[in-house]
Write a protein that binds this ligand. Structure first.
Ligand SMILES: [Fe+2]
Length: 308
């Protein structure tokens, strides 16, 4: 059994108060398209089978439901389940939209992680060559990574590397952890903030020009940028973060992320402002908070008026 179980990030599932409203919102704000089926919606950026599931919250709090990864090519759910149990972790068999079956695990913070078998794209051509009458004029390229806040970054490091075989990319001090499963700098990251919470899901755009178009677009729909555009020192990506306040997380737009050398050696970046942003501006403190008061203060940019 290969050490590495996971090939790539496949989709996120989000519990929403109203599937029709959320379907329209993700279409309008993010240029995603998709289908509704069985009370849920499946959405995509370009030509993925899907990269987002919208599910009725049904009385629960609207929130990130789970993050789903595809298993390594050829690895079956049965074999993966056996291996994960051997590594000391419980798995549950669940049903996943379109894919049928999946495995459900809980990471060290209790976040829900789903594994599905790898399905190769039906059309081997580059996505830009594939006709798609429903593709919108503005759309991200792909779902790229997920970032959580945690109260125990070491426990999450151990869980993802030992249970799922994720590889360490870099640390920032001992508080920020970046992990990869393919040559892209990270597919998953954790920031030690004293409590577990989803922080952002990140969508890749082609370049800085498209980020400009994306940020102009969301501004016209009443969304403000909480932080950015920035140039992350660590991971190198150009990034900007805006709130999807309905489900208590941020959306990141990014491009130009570091591609790892085959002989990449994990590095511990100093925990200084310029590892976060080589251009120098740090986020408001509300960037790590999700309570209504912090969001309101951020929206009104109270820090800009009160700070000497
Ligand atoms: Fe990110």
């Amino acid at each position: 059994m290969a050490d590495k179980l996971v090939m790539n990030l496949h989709h996120t599932s989000v519990l929403v108060a109203d599937v029709d409203e959320a379907f329209d919102r993700y279409s309008v704000l993010l240029g995603m398209h998709g289908e509704k089926m069985d009370g849920c919606a499946l959405m995509r950026c370009m030509h993925e089978d899907f990269c987002l599931v919208l599910k009725p919250a049904g009385g629960r709090k609207p929130f990130l439901d789970y993050v789903a990864y595809e298993l390594a090519p050829g690895l079956s759910l049965t074999d993966a389940a056996r291996e994960i149990e051997r590594r000391g972790e419980k798995v549950e068999h669940i049903s996943v939209p379109q894919r049928g079956a999946g495995l459900l695990l809980h990471d060290a913070d209790g976040n829900r992680v789903v594994l599905v078998e790898r399905v190769r794209p039906k059309d081997p051509r580059s996505p830009v060559m594939i006709p798609n009458e429903r593709l919108l004029g503005y759309h991200p390229r792909r779902l790229g990574h997920v970032n959580y806040l945690t109260g125990d970054v070491q426990a999450q490091f151990k869980w993802y590397t030992e249970i799922l075989g994720f590889k360490l990319t870099d640390w920032i001090g001992d508080a920020g952890l970046w992990l990869h499963v393919d040559p892209r700098h990270h597919v998953l990251a954790f920031l030690e903030k004293g409590y577990p919470h989803i922080h952002h899901t990140a969508f890749e755009l082609v370049d800085f020009g498209e980020m400009r178009a994306g940020l102009d677009h969301i501004a016209r729909h009443g969304r403000y940028v909480t932080w950015g555009p920035v140039r992350h020192g660590m991971a190198q990506n150009l990034a900007a973060y805006w709130r999807m306040w309905e489900e208590e997380h941020f959306i990141e737009f990014y491009c130009d992320m570091q591609v790892l050398d085959a002989d990449h050696v994990p590095f511990t970046h100093p925990d200084d402002p310029y590892a976060s942003n080589t251009w120098g501006i740090l986020p408001p403190r509300s960037y790590f908070k999700f309570d209504p008061e912090s969001v309101k203060m951020e929206r009104e940019q109270v820090h800009a008026f009160l700070m000497p």
